[in-house]
Design a protein around this ligand. Structure first.
Ligand SMILES: Nc1ncnc2c1ncn2[C@@H]1O[C@H](COP(=O)(O)OP(=O)(O)OP(=O)(O)O)[C@@H](O)[C@H]1O
Ligand SMILES: [Mg+2]
Length: 279
């Protein structure tokens, strides 16, 4: 059933501190899928690695003068300047606020030392972007510090990818839950857990099946679809295109299509913000 609409775009953070858990793959391909269905999507990369940005943006993130650090300490004007509307083929209707090494080098430190509310800087700056887009997706770094905390504090929803091809899938999940609960209690009580998205899954492999069952038993709240492992996923990111463009009828593209359909229904996504920036 759809949740109540507010006219403001939902903000979905993809988070888990374990590195290589398919966060960026999820953020990028979900953005492409929703964009292809006509939604105006803003993808925000708050990871200093800037992997989502390299994948999506025509310009290399290191050549851009403005990046997502403005969401933590910039003016409205700088935020508008940071939005990249030139995205690669296959990312129609997707705009990007890119990540940068600057996030790592100075933003965390500045937040910690100078901000009276270090977890809330992004929350107060993102509001006007919620009026301009239909949905905002935030890709986060593999850490539970201020960047991820700000993203969660600024979000309406979060989703946790867990890949079953990994040996330690539950590593840190208790810490993640505690971290999110602290953000909920102190700043953002409305934050909704979309659920766990089983990723890079291969049901033919016994290890994957066993991990799936462990996640089901120990965490629960698993989404009704999985993202299968696919050889072309890495190839798509090297080619800087979404999997739906590289292998339109492939299993993984269908998985992301199913996920997008589910979220459109569950979150009550609407294409109401037709005046998105740059269109
Ligand atoms: N469904 C999939 N099938 C095959 N490979 C995948 C799949 N999903 C992700 N991968 C691969 O796994 C690796 C890690 O994925 P990704 O970069 O999305 O993880 P991440 O959680 O964003 O990593 P980090 O924590 O470093 O930001 C990448 O090489 C990616 O291509
Ligand atoms: Mg990533």
């Amino acid at each position: 059933m759809s949740e109540k609409k507010t006219g403001l775009a939902p903000v979905i953070t993809v988070a888990i501190q374990k590195g290589g858990s398919a966060k960026t793959t999820l953020a990028v391909n979900l953005a492409a899928e929703l964009g292809a269905q006509g939604f105006n999507v803003l993808l925000i990369d708050v990871d200093p690695q800037a992997n989502a940005s390299t994948h999506v943006c025509v310009a290399h993130p290191s050549t851009l003068s403005k990046n997502s650090s403005v969401l933590f300490r910039g003016s409205l004007e700088e935020i508008m300047e940071s939005i990249q509307i030139e995205t690669n083929p296959g990312f129609e209707n997707v705009h990007l606020i890119p990540g940068s090494l600057e996030l790592d080098q100075s933003v965390e430190e500045a937040l910690r030392n100078y901000s009276p509310r270090p977890y809330e800087e992004m929350r107060r700056r993102i509001e006007m972007l919620r009026e301009a887009y239909d949905v905002i997706i935030i890709d986060t770094p593999p850490s539970l510090r201020l960047l991820t905390g700000n993203a969660l504090a600024a979000s309406t929803h979060y989703i946790v990818p867990i890949e079953t091809s990994s040996q330690y899938p539950l590593y840190g999940v208790a810490d993640l839950t505690a971290f999110i609960n602290r953000i909920k209690e102190s700043i953002n009580p409305e934050l909704i857990n979309i659920g766990v998205l089983i990723s890079r899954h291969d049901e033919r492999r016994r290890a994957c099946k066993a991990i799936f069952e462990t996640v089901q038993e120990k965490i629960g709240n698993i989404l009704p679809m999985v993202i299968h492992a696919g050889a072309k996923v890495g190839e798509a990111s090297i080619a800087r295109m979404p999997i739906r463009k590289l292998e339109k009828d492939g299993k993984v593209a269908k998985d992301f299509e199913e996920l997008a359909r589910y979220l459109i229904d569950k979150l009550g996504l609407e294409q109401h913000n037709q005046e998105a920036i740059g269109n």
